[in-house]
Design a protein around this ligand. Structure first.
Ligand SMILES: [Zn+2]
Ligand SMILES: [Zn+2]
Ligand SMILES: [Zn+2]
Length: 602
């Protein structure tokens, strides 16, 4: 078809004109494509100063392609289209060369502005897919700026290797010059940091890094600041903060059993009076209740009888001794035996009354007449202050006072008026709540860290404020079911705020470091044989061209407290580290570490 139309001269001429016009249009389209869709291609070409040839080349290709287009022939046969075509040709014929010229001008301007050097990769392409021939696939940055492939771009720091004292590689505590900070800490500060590291390492077994690990030798580079941001890498500062290292466990506040008394009646009887209630504060010896017990009256009267008998026998002996010459010796011996028996009966009764917890002094009673002695015995043991309130005439001799054996607070009362009680019934409980016991259960493996005297903090469930105490006792054995060890602290409770059987969470404070070196807890990563952090190079922002590099550090971690993790060694305050989005860094690290073999997941 094409071949046939060329045989006719007029049509062939028209076709050529159209071909010219088409080529112009095609060329224009080509330019347009180059400008809008492949901006990076222009950038790439500028550097080689081959832009003119490149553009010309593409236009000539376009022309050739158009000449062989069958549609060109079909259009040539239509006069209307011919006129329209001439208009288009005029328009585009003028624009095409102008654009070419503008292209030259732009190339020249760009080249001149950049002093005909390779423009910085990232500044031209941004984050678009880089060209294949300037790409280091090993390190995922343009080959021209890859610091790992061209170490001259960023010389390697001296490699000090493993620090056995602190358990990290290239230890910044020992080689300050390795720190990625502009301002180095003072020698005093460094000494303090070393002391703290020693204390932290001595106190407990810390997770070990593998001394043969080579991860720390890695430097992970980004093409630009923008690509760091696009990778979602967030940075943070290594800081100083307080770290409290503690052993935690569940616990319970209870009354101090050495300061607690359970009170019951010593004999059976009915409750005649109840004087104290739950919550009442009592002093030692204070009256709690009165029990009406017939046994008490019986014992009292036995004592009175024994005393009367003793008095009688005493008089009898005295009389016989006065008349020694007139009576048989055997009579005197009999009388003396009867007196001894009466004395023994007094002692027995006296003891029986003491056994009821009543204060009794038989000598005092001996000096009284019978009526006085009876009166004394009737209200025996009832405190003087209370006697006034008792109707003396109505009161029986059976009253047994129940008194507080210690000072404290009545914490339970299980008795009511008229109730019949016996020694098996618990009437009251009194506790000295000025100090309480805290019992904590701690994991067995923490036993080596515990020392009597360590501070304990306990936060009752549902309370904000914690209570402080001192570790007072450590169990010598583990609980056979829970495999936990029990420890105890004595808590001060002068203000009476603590309550018996309060559950909560307690911590034994092992270490309290106020100026520890800390990082956010998600800023470090266990990579199979080392804990690592990614430290931003200190020259990162020195100039737009300075390599955007993160150094890999092995770090020795201590305690975690309130979302922050202590770095015993490996980082210094002021260093900038990746805190979030370090997956990209880790992925690159994994790529670099392939074949190293030391970081196989355990
Ligand atoms: Zn490379
Ligand atoms: Zn060290
Ligand atoms: Zn390793």
């Amino acid at each position: 078809m094409v071949q046939k139309s060329i045989d006719r001269p007029s049509e062939a001429a028209a076709m050529r004109r159209f071909a010219d016009q088409d080529s112009a249009r095609q060329m224009e389209r080509g330019r347009h494509d180059l400008v809008t869709e492949h901006p990076h291609a222009i950038g790439g070409d500028i550097s080689r100063e081959s832009e003119p040839e490149s553009v010309m080349g593409s236009s000539s290709v376009a022309q050739t392609a158009t000449s062989s287009e069958p549609n060109a022939n079909a259009n040539a046969g239509q006069p209307d289209q011919k006129r329209a075509g001439s208009f288009v040709r005029k328009t585009f014929g003028a624009i095409g060369p102008t654009l070419v010229l503008l292209g030259f001008a732009a190339v020249f301007y760009f080249g001149h502005k950049n002093e005909w050097r390779v423009p910085k990769f990232a500044s031209v392409i941004g984050t678009a897919t880089p060209e294949v021939d300037d790409w280091c696939s090993d390190h995922s940055v343009p080959a021209s700026i890859c610091v790992e492939c061209n170490t001259a771009l960023m010389p390697l720091d001296e490699d000090f290797g493993w620090c056995s004292q602190h358990g990290v590689h290239n230890c910044v505590l020992d080689h300050l010059e390795l720190a990625e900070v502009k301002t180095l800490p003072s020698q005093e500060q460094l000494q303090e940091d070393r002391r703290r590291a020693d204390a932290a390492l001595a106190m407990s077994v810390r997770k070990q890094n593998n001394s043969r690990c080579t991860l720390y030798q890695n430097r992970i580079q980004f093409a630009s600041v923008e690509s760091v941001q696009q990778a979602g890498v967030d940075i943070g500062l290594v800081q100083r903060d307080r770290i409290i290292e503690a052993v935690r466990g569940n616990g319970e506040i209870v009354y101090d059993p050495t300061r607690k008394a359970t009170i019951s009646a010593r004999v059976a009887g009915s409750v005649w009076a109840v004087e104290k209630n739950i919550g009442d504060v009592v002093r030692e010896g204070e009256l709690l209740a009165l029990i009406d017990a017939t046994a008490v009256g019986k014992i009292k009267s036995e004592l009175l009888h024994a005393l009367a008998e003793e008095s009688l026998q005493q008089k009898n002996v005295s009389r016989l001794q006065d008349a020694r010459g007139a009576v048989a010796g055997s009579k005197i011996i009999e009388a003396e035996a009867a007196l001894a028996k009466a004395r023994a009966d007094v002692l027995t009764s006296e003891q029986a009354i003491r056994n009821l917890g009543l204060p009794i002094d038989a000598d005092l009673l001996r000096e009284m007449n019978e009526r006085q002695a009876m009166e004394e015995l009737r209200l025996l043991g009832i405190p003087q202050t209370y006697r006034a309130t008792i109707d003396e005439l109505a009161a029986s001799t059976n009253l047994l006072p129940v008194v507080a054996p210690m000072s404290g607070t009545v914490v339970s009362r299980s008795v009511s008026l008229g109730e019949v009680v016996d020694p098996s019934v618990r009437l009251f409980e009194i506790a000295d709540t000025s100090q309480m016991w805290l019992k904590l259960s701690l994991p067995l493996e923490t036993i080596d860290k515990l020392v009597v005297g360590q501070e304990i903090q306990f936060t009752p469930d549902g309370r904000e404020r914690s209570i402080e105490g001192k570790l007072d006792w450590i169990s010598t054995g583990a609980d056979q079911h829970t495999r936990m060890i029990d420890v105890r602290a004595i808590l001060d409770n002068q203000d009476g705020r603590l309550r018996d059987r309060t559950f909560g969470t307690g911590s034994v404070i092992l270490r309290d470091a106020t100026d520890a070196i800390v990082v956010p807890s998600d800023a470090t990563h266990w990579e199979g044989c080392c804990n690592v952090a990614f430290v931003r190079d200190k020259e990162y922002f020195a100039s737009p061209d300075s390599p955007k590099v993160f150094h890999v550090r092995s770090v020795r971690l201590g305690a975690t407290y309130q979302g922050k993790t202590e770095v015993i060694a490996g980082l210094l305050p002021g260093e900038v580290i990746a805190v979030q989005g370090s997956d990209v860094l880790r992925a690159q690290l994994l790529k670099n570490g392939l074949g190293a073999g030391c970081c196989v997941e355990e």
